[in-house]
Design a protein around this ligand. Structure first.
Ligand SMILES: [Zn+2]
Length: 265
C-alpha cells in the first residue's frame, strides 16, 4: 500500500529519535512513499530543503510563517520567506526541490493573543502569495476557527485550495470547511479515545481527507505520548478504514489520490 504523510516535521526529530534521514527511510519502508515537510519560519527553511535534496521524489517542502512565530518583525520575515518561495516554486523540471504549498499559516489563539492583529495580517498576506503562485495552503488553526474562517471567506475567490492541518473542529464547522472548498488533515488524534474526529470523518466525503502525522507530535495509539514519526501513517490509515467500514487498501488509495491532487505530486 502507498501512503502519504501530508504534514510532518521530520527535519527536527524529537529527543531520543534517530536522525531525520533514518526517520524518512523508516517511513518509506512502511509504505509512506511521499512525505511533506511543514516549514514554520526562517530557521526551518534550510533543514527542510536539505532533507528534500537528500530524498528527491519522496520528501517535499512547504514554506510559511506559522502563526505562533508571528511577532513584531513579521514583515521582514515574510519578505525573506517570499524570496525563498519565489525562487523555488514552479521548478518541477529543474531537478531541485520546489515548494508544494504555502504553510503552515493561519491563526493560533491558544496561548497568546498578543499578536492577533499581526497574525491576521500575516495570514492574509500569505494567502495572497498562494493565489498568486497557484499553490495550496496548509492551515494551522487553533482556538481560532471563526477568526480564520472569516479571513478565508474574504480571500476565497475560487482559486484558494488547501487543507486544515490537524483538523480539530466540530461536525458543524466541517461543513463550513467544505463550503470553502478545503480539505481535512487527519492524524493520530483519530485514534484517541473521546476524540470527536471519528464523527467528523464519517460526515465528510472521503475525497476531502488526507493523512498526516505532524511528527514528532501527536503520535497515534499505541504510541500516544511518545515521539511521532511518518512511519506511523498506516496506523492512522487503518483506523480511518475501520471507522468508515472500508478496507485499508481503499483508505490508502483514496487519501493518496487526494494528497497527490491537492499538492500536485
Ligand atoms: Zn505542523
Amino acid at each position: 500500500m502507498n501512503w502519504i504523510d501530508t504534514h510532518t516535521h521530520t527535519y527536527e526529530p524529537a529527543e531520543g529519535q534517530p536522525s531525520a534521514s533514518v526517520l524518512v527511510e523508516r517511513a518509506m519502508a512502511a509504505g509512506v512513499y511521499k512525505q511533506i515537510m511543514g516549514g514554520v519560519d526562517l530557521h526551518s527553511v534550510e533543514p527542510v530543503m536539505e532533507l528534500c535534496r537528500a530524498f528527491p521524489d519522496t520528501v517535499y517542502p512547504t514554506i510559511g510563517l506559522h502563526p505562533t512565530e508571528v511577532r513584531d518583525d513579521y514583515k521582514q520575515n515574510l519578505d525573506i520567506l517570499y524570496r525563498h518561495l519565489g525562487a523555488a516554486s514552479g521548478k518541477k523540471d529543474g531537478g531541485q526541490p520546489y515548494y508544494v504549498a504555502v504553510g503552515e499559516i493561519g491563526i493560533d489563539l491558544y496561548q497568546d493573543k498578543t499578536f492577533f492583529p499581526q497574525q491576521q495580517d500575516a495570514f492574509r498576506i500569505q494567502l495572497r502569495w498562494a493565489k498568486e503562485l497557484q499553490l495550496p495552503v496548509v492551515l494551522h488553526v487553533r482556538n481560532a476557527f471563526e477568526e480564520a474562517w472569516h479571513i478565508l471567506r474574504q480571500e476565497q475567490d475560487g482559486s484558494l485550495r488547501g487543507v486544515f492541518h490537524c483538523y480539530s473542529g466540530s461536525v458543524e464547522q466541517s461543513a463550513r470547511v467544505l463550503e470553502l472548498g478545503f480539505m481535512f488533515g487527519i492524524g493520530g488524534v483519530l485514534t484517541f479515545k473521546n476524540a470527536g474526529l471519528p464523527e467528523v470523518v464519517r460526515n465528510v466525503p472521503l475525497s476531502s481527507l488526507v493523512l498526516e502525522t505532524d511528527a514528532p507530535w501527536l503520535a497515534p495509539v499505541p504510541y500516544r505520548g511518545k515521539p511521532n514519526e511518518s512511519a506511523y501513517i498506516p496506523i492512522v490509515g487503518h483506523k480511518l478504514a475501520e471507522i468508515l467500514g472500508i478496507t485499508p487498501g481503499e483508505a490508502a488509495f483514496a487519501t493518496t489520490r487526494n494528497a497527490c491532487g491537492l499538492f500536485g505530486l
